[in-house]
Ligand binder design. Structure first.
Ligand code: PLP
Length: 442
């Protein structure tokens, strides 16, 4: 397979022509990063593995992995073959059982921790998190949630309640939720230093909950490893303390693994790194190789509590339809057959080594964080003051893209999340492009 190749600085003329017309009709609220793509977005027309081609003939390495969705890359032959069988057979009826869905349920039962034995399928992450919140309120008859600064759980009105900071501002008031600092050691919200802090942030959560929420908290919604908020990995011991507090206070644990689940961090679920046993799990970004299919998994007594467990209480129009089921089955089987979690761990070793070397050479890299195939660089104007440098991130993302590397840029952080099966040679090539982009800006 060839590497990246740029024949015309993106966006090329063909991309621009399509965009000039499309932008008259499409909302400007898209996720296309116009700071990075100042003249307009690129129009992609083809993908193969971890490579993407645009309509102008440029080829890019996709270190965004779609948007962390393309766990097996684009158009993996085995996934295409299995999916195509279903495409020719049956697309959609509604919630009726199918042999394939039963097969998928049995696979999921094997992947999830003991005690998590009931599932419902959805199409998008936000609706899956909302479903988890509804299941939790049905079971506990309590209506507040704990969530973390910099956590991201969706853009619907319900999920905005628990993460208004990241992208949900300006849409009016939110329902009650106790939002607490996450363990972001690089920029501790409490101004402390690990390990001397003795995880004061975890104790602070107890205070915040007792002070703000009395005894009306149904659940804590958390990303064991924060993804969109900047790949933030809590230090050892943090989750133990927080989980213990939740257990003592009958607060359910909703692990939002929409982004970090399905092998992204080198384990099937990111909570496995910390020994957490959640009551409900949401996951699925990487479960359909780009086809929308998400899961809410939980303990039976929670998933069957009324009204969530009443007929129609948990279901949607498209959730778990025949195509979604086929995409999930094909993806999960292929991930296992090709040991993609092992490859994600190898990606992690290479990324960790090379990104830290880059940090040694470029003073505007303040922090390097990651696990498996999920990494971030945080840019600063000054290493001592840690003043954020969002424009640097923007420029690095643009420079890298112009040389054939697609990344995800947000605020001061550049995120790298290639498909789990990206060959190590291609990871090295992508990192070469990133290194050159950093060098140019340096
Ligand atoms: C952890 C997490 N939860 C929920 C969501 C929302 O998913 P969706 O955009 O499919 O609604 C995201 C999206 O990135 C996410 O990262």
């Amino acid at each position: 397979m060839d590497g990246p190749r740029i024949v015309v600085t993106p966006p090329g003329p063909k991309s621009l022509k399509i965009w000039e017309e499309e932008k008259k009709y499409i909302t400007p609220g898209l996720s296309v990063d116009m700071r990075v793509m100042r003249r307009g977005p690129v129009v992609f027309e083809r993908g193969e593995g971890s490579l993407l081609w645009d309509v102008d003939g440029n080829c890019y390495i996709d270190f965004a992995g779609g948007v962390l969705t393309n766990s097996t890359g684009n158009c993996h032959p085995k996934v295409v073959q299995k999916f195509t069988v279903q495409v020719k057979k049956l697309w959609h009826v509604h919630d009726n059982p199918t042999p394939e869905r039963l097969k998928l349920l049995k696979i999921l039962l094997n992947k999830t921790p003991k005690g998590i034995d009931t599932f419902e399928f959805y199409s998008g992450g936000s609706e899956t998190v909302e479903a988890a919140m509804k299941a939790a309120t049905s079971y506990t008859h309590k209506y507040e949630f704990i969530s973390f600064y910099r956590g991201f759980h969706g853009k619907t009105l319900g999920t905005r309640t628990i993460c208004p900071g990241l992208i949900g501002k300006g849409f009016g008031p939110v329902m009650n939720a106790v939002r607490v600092p996450c363990a972001y050691c690089y920029r501790c919200f409490l101004g402390l230093k690990y390990p001397g802090c003795q995880l004061h942030c975890a104790d602070f959560i107890k205070e915040a909950v007792h002070f703000n929420a009395s005894d009306n908290v149904a659940a804590m919604v958390f990303e064991p490893v924060i993804g969109a908020g900047g790949v933030i990995i809590p230090p050892k011991g943090f989750w133990n303390k927080v989980v213990e507090f939740c257990r003592q206070n009958n607060i359910l644990l909703i692990a939002d693994e929409i982004l970090a689940g399905v092998g992204r961090t080198g384990k099937f679920f990111s909570f496995e790194h910390f020994g957490i046993e959640p009551d409900l799990i949401t996951f699925g970004k990487g479960m359909g190789s780009g086809y929308p299919v998400m899961v809410l998994a939980g303990r039976k007594e929670i998933m069957t509590a009324l009204p969530f467990g009443q007929p129609g209480g948990a279901s949607t129009s498209f959730g778990g339809n025949a195509l979604a089921t086929a995409a999930a089955l094909a993806t999960l089987e292929t991930i296992d057959e090709e040991n993609m979690l092992d490859n994600a761990c190898k990606i992690g070793e290479v990324m960790g080594k090379r990104l830290n070397e880059m940090k040694d050479r470029y003073p505007f890299i303040g922090d390097v964080r990651g696990l498996g195939a999920l990494w971030a660089l945080e840019f600063v104007k000054d290493r001592q003051t840690k003043e954020p440098a969002p424009r640097v991130g923007e420029s690095v993302a643009r420079e890298a893209f112009n040389h054939g590397l697609r990344t995800i840029h947000g605020e001061r952080v550049l995120r790298l999340s290639p498909p789990l099966n990206t060959p190590i040679g291609l990871i090295e090539k992508g990192l070469d492009i990133l290194d050159a982009a950093l060098g140019k800006l340096h």
